[in-house]
Design a protein around this ligand. Sequence first.
Ligand SMILES: NC(=O)c1ccc[n+]([C@@H]2O[C@H](COP(=O)([O-])OP(=O)(O)OC[C@H]3O[C@@H](n4cnc5c(N)ncnc54)[C@H](OP(=O)(O)O)[C@@H]3O)[C@@H](O)[C@H]2O)c1
Length: 326
Amino acid sequence: MAPNKIATDIKFDLNDGNQIPALGLGTVPPEDPSEVKQQVITAVKAGYRLIDTAWYYGTEKYIGEALKELFADGYKREDLYITTKVWPSLHDNPEKSLDKSLSDLGIEYVDLLLQHWPVCFKSDENGEPAVPKDGNGNVIFDDDPASGTKFIDFYNKIEDIKLNTNKARSVGVSNYSIPKLKQLLPKIKKFIPVLNQIEYHPQLPQQDLVDFCQEHGILIEAYSPVGSTGAPVLKLPYVKELANKYEVTVNQVANAYHINDGRISIPRSSNLERIKANVVIPQLSKEELKTLYQIGADKPKRYINDPWGYGLGFEWWEGDTLSKGE
Ligand SMILES: NC(=O)c1ccc[n+]([C@@H]2O[C@H](COP(=O)([O-])OP(=O)(O)OC[C@H]3O[C@@H](n4cnc5c(N)ncnc54)[C@H](OP(=O)(O)O)[C@@H]3O)[C@@H](O)[C@H]2O)c1
């Protein structure tokens, strides 16, 4: 049995010549978003270098407070890798979104700027409301989510930020399906996305999307690596079996599933001990990775089914009737 590894020692190459750490900390807000400050401090002190955030999460000011303390403690900006994202309500002005993120984070650049979703909402110039809805509770889009092309202009504007400023070292995408990538790639100005951040775990392997991204030099970053709130992935009997075999936690198995296979994992936790423990991962064998993969190949399950994902051409998106036939 191969010895366990330190996940925070591992980095992956990006298609623009930069590198990204294999393990990151997710920062979707817990009930009390100010807790994120201590989570970030704990993670960085445990060895994490990648922090994943977004304008939409409302946690950037708490991450900023954490960074201030860490910098005062001797950590350097260049030691850390910070990702933020532009929400669809600010699709017309991604630089405004980034400026707000940078100001809240208290830094001058991000290592990675992502287009959060390939859709555009109709909101005001400050991106409010973040999710505009009509009287029936339906999202108000600025462009048809299934057939529109404004999402491409949105990505091109993010490229402009890397082209014309020093505020983003790399640019990428999130929640892109194969149909959306096929539309985007011929219209790229200069920068192929370095990665696609998508829901990914043993219950949702999406091998065709992974293969497509790999063919184009786009890395996969796995969000919701334990299936988000309730951590359903950790209840899988085979995940428990591997945790027993390697004498690690089920969370460590969930991260190893990605990192052993060349994908970035960005778990979130309010439990500081869990954050620290995640630094170690078992080295799963090829057979074990295949068995984990097979769980979702046989019975796929998506846990994030936001309505702004309807029409994007994803498989197994609950409630999505717009993508049928794509
Ligand atoms: N690009 C996108 O659209 C997108 C979408 C979703 C997420 N993300 C990113 O990916 C990150 C991670 O995804 P996520 O936040 O959806 O979820 P996740 O990391 O899959 O799951 C986190 C949840 O699982 C719970 N959990 C973890 N280990 C547990 C255990 N051993 N026992 C019981 N509960 C456990 C956590 O509770 P505790 O707090 O108690 O540990 C927390 O509620 C996000 O924070 C965000 O940065 C991006």
